[in-house]
Design a protein around this ligand. Structure first.
Ligand code: UDX
Length: 446
């Protein structure tokens, strides 16, 4: 099939590359000449493991190309995907759909009859129908089929999620659109991937409800972690104990510094807003949003408490600033609250992140950047793990201790075994389980 991908952001690029790997002919279109030029040179504007290799292979195989010229790309297309950004609107938390409607108008004036228009961007309930109507109004002679096809791609694991999804969700109201989407995802047939065909509105809600549910699960275990800390229980064992119940499930029960990223914060806000507008408020999701915002501040307080109640004049080493590992994405990362708070309270902050520095540097002026994990330890009063990159999980603790002013490890991701860290002579402060402090280093209550 011939596919046009409108928008070469994260979702557009991953989807375009993966569809071409499925064997389809894909043209990715963007308005930004810089982006297109880079892609034509094989440079990828985002960090996603494996994407560069897959892109290169499919360009070489002649199935994948990039252009600024939508008219040219549109010729003979079976499907055009709208994968443009839907940023959070300033002020009211709703999704800004300007780019989606602009793309819809361009499609109405450019494509041949018979094409299926697929909206992949995450959009509020009612948008697919509104986009379909907008295309019809823009060009009443244009015959097309509409489909909603929300994405469930995790950054850092997006290729795997695309190639081996738990399910494919499609909202549509015509056999033609259903046929096109079935053809596009046919390579998943062998894996017996469930394909759920439903209405536009149901597909839209599935996307928001899935992310809001996962955000709720994380926030739930984070609050249980706070309780565990107060009563000397162990949140990891609690998560295991409840996760073994098949109805609960063990995934997304890792307590941490709060969720971030491009999806959960934005999608929970948008769902809460849609629900309010429809007079069916999702009060649970509203609480999740509040609890997660507070959590990031609380994490800074936890670090300060671990340092005895003050970080004034202290040097704090930070391991990891991105919202999760295997990405350079800094959107709504907990570090964006934690690091500035520590600096406001008089700390000198030295940070290291394997991929995030370029993005993070301009977002957090005043932070000193180290070239590797050991660099942050030099004369540090504490080291704080914020992101669980693999390379932080087996650091040489003796070497770290030898470099630090005082051996304190605050592990906001629970990547270390408390016994091992304590044996090495560290004070250790994990999430949701008892801290192991050296006799002369007592944390104050956060
Ligand atoms: C998410 C969804 O998983 C994906 O399906 C979707 O459509 C896009 O949003 P992503 O934002 O890339 O993907 O990351 P994800 O792995 O889901 O993690 C989101 C945040 O939750 C991260 O900040 C992560 O650190 C945090 N998290 C996740 C936890 O704190 N604990 C967990 O157990 C899981």
């Amino acid at each position: 099939m011939r596919v046009v991908m409108l928008g070469t952001g994260y979702v557009g690029l991953v989807s375009g590359v993966c569809f071409s790997d499925f064997g389809h002919d894909v043209v990715c279109v963007d308005k930004d000449p810089n982006k297109i030029e880079k892609l034509l040179n094989g440079e990828i504007p985002i960090y996603e493991p494996g994407l560069d290799r897959l892109l290169d292979q499919n360009v070489k195989a002649g199935r994948l190309s990039f252009t600024l010229d939508l008219k040219e790309a549109a010729k003979g297309a079976d499907a055009v995907f709208i994968a443009v950004g839907t940023p959070t609107r300033r002020g009211d938390g709703g999704a800004d759909l300007t780019y989606v409607f602009a793309a819809a108008e361009e499609i109405a004036n450019t494509f041949d009859n018979g094409v299926t228009v697929v909206l992949k961007s995450t959009v509020p309930v009612g948008t697919n129908r509104a986009v379909r109507d907008h295309i019809k109004k823009t060009n009443p002679n244009f015959e097309f089929y509409m489909a909603s096809n929300p994405e469930f791609l995790r950054e850092g694991a997006a290729i795997e999620d695309f190639m081996r999804p738990d399910r494919v969700v499609v909202g549509c109201d015509s056999e033609e659109a259903e046929y096109t989407l079935r053809q596009l995802y046919r390579p998943l047939y062998l894996r017996e991937t469930p394909m759920l065909f439903t209405t536009f509105e149901t597909a839209e809600i599935i996307k928001y409800a899935a992310n809001a549910f996962l955000a709720t699960k994380i926030t739930f275990i984070n609050e249980i972690a706070d309780l565990c800390e107060k009563v000397d229980a162990d949140v990891q064992q609690v998560a295991k104990g409840i996760g073994l119940d098949g109805r609960v499930g063990s995934k997304f029960l890792h307590a941490g510094p709060g969720y971030g990223g491009s999806c959960f914060p934005k999608d929970t806000l948008a769902l809460a807003k849609t629900a309010q507008e429809n007079k069916a408020p999702v009060t649970i999701v509203e609480s999740v949003i509040k609890a997660n915002d507070n959590r990031k501040v609380k994490m800074a307080e936890k670090v300060i408490a671990s340092c005895g109640g003050s970080v004034e004049g202290k040097k704090i080493g930070i391991l990891g600033v991105t919202f999760k590992p295997n990405t350079d994405d800094m959107r709504d990362a907990p570090s964006l609250v934690i690091l500035p708070t520590l600096m406001e309270r008089g700390a000198t902050v030295v940070a290291y992140d394997p991929e995030g520095r370029r993005e993070a540097e301009h977002m957090m002026p005043g932070v000193n950047w180290a070239d590797d994990a050991y660099d942050v330890a030099q004369d540090a009063d504490a080291i704080v793990v914020i992101t669980e990159w693999n390379q932080f999980r087996a650091l040489d603790l003796e070497r770290l201790k030898g470099m630090m002013k005082s051996p304190l490890l605050v592990d906001l991701r629970n990547i270390y075994d408390p016994n091992i860290v304590a044996e090495k002579g560290f004070s250790y402060v994990p999430i949701g389980k008892p801290a192991r402090m050296l006799p002369d280093a007592q944390p104050v209550d956060a």
